[in-house]
Design a binder for this molecule. Structure first.
Ligand code: TYD
Ligand code: MG
Length: 459
């Protein structure tokens, strides 16, 4: 096959015969770079004449087999554990703990007698050794380490060692010699990932591949990479805090609801002991702008602290800055509050943050965000030991949310005295007798009553 010049978008992977300033597919500017067409695989165009389709009823059912990694938080996020014959992609910011978590997986799995191959394209074998010693003084047998960037050498080593579990740290730094493009480019990432995935699927092994993320928080490389793998995990958190959150964005073998909560300690990532209270500040007397929301995520309820700072804008456009809160959702809420409660928020700078590096994805935190904004604006303290949850509609109605009973139980368990929940939710838990449960139907009810009524609860 003749090699023709080819330009590939580094954002979406689209290819063009000529260079262009803007990718027509994704609209990004200056993302096209020259690359080389992958050698046409002769096998690709041929097919095995014996392959036939079969009826679904005739397809043999195979049970899904799991390797328990021994790290319970990770196993829960994955479903039951690392599925045999599956490929997991683990993404996260630099320094968040991806390599640490992978090495912990290696050591735990090797302790169960599995053979593990840890391939690092970023660190030397001795660097891996010192990290492993930091995590655990005893180095288990059967952990093989290989510092290599050449994908062909890596595959050869996989053949030789025949590991049960492979860890590749990271996919952006390996390169396949069959391609001339630089490592980290879309074609390299795609080709190297496909090579490893094919091997894993053929021999029914499990693999975890680490991926860098871009400045927007997406896994760097083509979207196709995300389609190729079975599971996508993100390790998140604020680097200034020790809490780390493991989230699942895609899971072919289970739900994506569960999250893993870790703490970065001296000896690696450890499960948080009291997850429900790990994300709230310890100070008991709350300050204006701070609200606690009982947040439901997967199978657990976590108490989150939302803080708002609302100040009059100096001049020009009002500033908005949101950490851990979807900006579209926050702007929508601000607009609704402005209109419904006549707060003149357009003339105020608004800063919102969720403490502990947690990102909110569920609208059940709407009401807490709204109350935090009002609290900061009016400089009124929301009474201590109260939780607020509910979804706010654009017309100001408070919509029902899921797991209200579980949220109330968790608040009660953590010593909270009261809770504000949507009126439309039916509460059945007996905990409502020991908690002051206030049910609201409109945002104005909250504005009118909450601060005053909340003070009464406290009294
Ligand atoms: P690392 O796993 O190298 O991050 P990534 O691979 O995502 O870039 O984690 C690096 C950080 O974790 C580093 O700042 C040191 C810290 N750390 C601990 O606090 N405890 C430990 O036991 C280890 C191994 C690292
Ligand atoms: Mg690393």
């Amino acid at each position: 096959m003749q090699k023709a010049a080819l330009y590939e978008c580094q954002s979406c992977g689209s290819r063009y015969p000529k260079w262009k300033g803007q990718c027509e597919a994704c609209g990004e500017w200056n993302t096209l770079i020259e690359t080389q067409e992958i050698k046409e695989n002769k096998l690709k165009n041929s097919y095995n004449k014996d392959t036939k389709s079969q009826t679904l009823a005739d397809v043999e059912h195979e049970d899904i087999l799991y390797y328990k990694t021994g790290i319970t938080e990770l196993d829960n996020v994955l479903g039951k554990g690392l599925v045999k014959g599956s490929m997991v992609l683990l993404g996260g910011e630099p320094g968040i703990g991806k390599s640490t978590l992978s090495l912990q997986v290696c050591q735990e799995c090797a302790q169960q007698g599995l053979t593990v191959l840890y391939i690092s394209s970023e660190e030397s074998e001795s660097q891996i050794k010192s990290r492993a010693l930091r995590l655990d003084n005893e180095i288990p047998e059967n952990v093989w380490v290989f510092s290599q960037t050449n994908m062909m050498a890596i595959m050869k080593e996989c053949e030789r060692i025949n590991p049960d579990i492979i860890l590749l740290d990271s996919i952006q730094v390996v390169n396949h010699p069959e391609l001339t493009s630089l490592e980290g480019t879309v074609s390299q990432v795609r080709y190297c990932a496909t090579t490893l995935i094919n091997w894993v699927k053929t021999y029914n092994k499990s693999a975890i591949m680490i991926g860098h993320i871009t400045k927007d928080g997406q896994i760097a490389g083509p979207k196709v990479l995300e389609h190729l793998v079975d599971t996508i995990l993100y390790l998140e958190g604020d680097r200034h805090f020790n809490n780390r959150i493991l989230r699942c964005h895609k899971n072919r073998y289970g739900s994506t609801d569960h999250i893993g909560l870790f703490e970065m300690k001296e000896k690696g990532l450890k499960a948080i002991k009291d997850p429900s209270q790990a994300f709230i500040e310890t100070s008991q007397d709350s300050t204006p702008g701070s609200v606690i929301v009982p947040y439901s995520q997967g199978n657990r309820i976590i108490l989150l602290e939302i803080q708002a700072l609302v100040i009059e804008s100096g001049y020009g456009m009002a500033k908005r800055n949101f950490v851990g809160i979807n900006p579209n959702r926050a702007n929508l809420l601000i607009a609704a509050l402005d209109k419904l409660c006549h707060l003149k928020l357009s003339a105020h700078d608004i800063f919102l943050t969720v403490l502990g590096g947690f990102s909110i994805t569920d609208p059940s935190a709407d009401l807490a965000i709204a109350v935090a904004i009002i609290s900061s604006l009016k400089q009124q303290v929301v009474t201590n030991r109260i939780g607020i949850c509910g979804e706010v509609g654009l017309t100001g109605e408070i919509r029902p949310i899921s797991h209200v009973d579980k949220r109330i139980i968790e608040l009660n368990k953590c010593g909270f005295k009261g809770v504000i929940v949507p009126k439309k939710n039916i509460i059945t838990t007996s905990d409502k007798s020991t908690m002051n449960v206030i049910q609201v139907s409109y945002i104005n009810d909250v504005l009118e009553h909450s601060f005053k009524r909340l003070s009464k609860i406290h009294a």
